[in-house]
Write a protein that binds this ligand. Structure first.
Ligand code: ZN
Length: 344
């Protein structure tokens, strides 16, 4: 079985300005770091093409696409935190095309694919913010549904921010089990993702949120992961897994307050890869957020190392776990809310 790393030099044009926290050349830096550490040799490097208008339209409204097109021609702001530089429509379409290729190749001989410019989970169907233009996760899922007739999709979103856009798109859809672990929305953008948001109508039970208090470190984080995610994944039995592997959970990240050290990313990636092998053996990894350039690249390297089952990874001293009892309380609350839908 083969692995693919999706890359285009134009990925590095996803740049919202020098005074903006988003790191524009993160895809190139990640690629170079993986190459220097011998990890890239495990991958075929594949070049994506842009998502078409019809591809984007499966996840977004025509009015929203028209709005982004207007901003892309004229410049402006998508939201207060998200400047829209000229040409962003094309760059964001390429990012979404990257996630489509990452997903599609899983049905064409590959079992692990990585898109370093993917995971724009704040893009809702008809609006967006949080540095996101197009929800490439949903664009990729809808492409697979359309082209490959796939019926069961799993999202494991470990970015520090709640994936509110993906939740908006799939809240009533039982074909997508959308699990998000994030810093509690009462303390961080976008403010959503409480345990009581579990989906609506036919989608009830298929949205799962694990909000964590500021200062959560490895032990509590991994405990929450292990108690909820593996049993749900095994019961759902997905045909494909999309892993939003944001590393803004790192203790040095400037935008959020979780306390994960580098080694935790290796452990998480090892676990997600094992879940893929136990179910569908189809895992697309989208790098997601991360705003401290040095620790980001090291964390992504640990993720790739864990995905590949390599023995070596970077580690650092364990930060303290601020409030393990709050995590326990959240877990028992969540289990109670999910009891009608899942064995936990
Ligand atoms: Zn994030």
């Amino acid at each position: 079985m083969k692995n693919a790393f999706i890359y285009h030099e134009d990925f590095n044009k996803y740049d919202l300005g020098t005074d903006h926290p988003l790191i524009g050349d993160k895809p190139r830096n990640s690629l170079e770091y993986l190459k220097a550490n011998g990890l890239l040799s495990h991958f075929d490097v594949l070049t994506p093409t842009s998502a078409s208008y019809d591809d984007l339209l499966r996840a977004h409204t025509p009015e929203y696409l028209k709005h982004v097109r207007y901003l892309s021609i004229n410049g402006g702001y998508l939201s207060a935190d998200t400047p829209a530089p000229k040409g962003i429509f094309e760059v964001a379409s390429l990012a979404a095309g990257g996630s489509m290729l990452a997903a599609d190749k899983l049905f064409d001989g590959y079992h692990l694919t990585v898109n370093p410019l993917g995971g724009f989970h704040h893009a809702c169907r008809a609006s967006s913010s949080g540095f996101c233009f197009f929800n490439d996760i949903a664009v990729a899922i809808e492409y697979l549904r359309h082209k490959r007739k796939i019926k069961r999709f799993l999202i494991i979103d470990l970015d520090v921010h709640h994936g509110n856009g993906t939740q908006d798109i799939y809240f009533e859809d039982p074909s997508v089990l959308n699990i998000s672990m994030h810093q509690d929305g009462r303390t961080l953008y976008p403010g959503t993702g409480d345990v009581d948001a579990i989906g609506r109508g036919p989608g009830e039970g298929y949205t799962v949120n694990l909000p964590l208090p500021p200062g959560t470190a490895s032990a509590s984080y991994l405990k929450a992961f292990h108690e909820i995610i593996p049993p749900l994944v095994m019961q759902f039995s997905p045909e494909v897994i999309i892993y939003q592997s944001g590393v803004d959970t790192h203790h040095a990240d400037p935008l959020a307050d979780l306390n994960l050290p580098l080694q935790t990313y290796y452990m998480l990636a090892t676990q997600v890869a094992a879940l893929s092998r136990s179910t569908c053996s189809r895992l697309a990894v989208l790098f997601g957020g991360g705003y401290n350039s040095e620790s980001c690249i090291q964390a992504y390297s640990n993720i790739v190392s864990g995905l590949l089952g390599e023995k070596t990874f970077l580690s650092e001293p364990e930060p303290t776990d601020a409030d393990p009892s709050a995590v326990d309380t959240m877990l028992s609350d969540l289990k109670m809310r999910l009891a009608d839908y899942w064995e936990l």
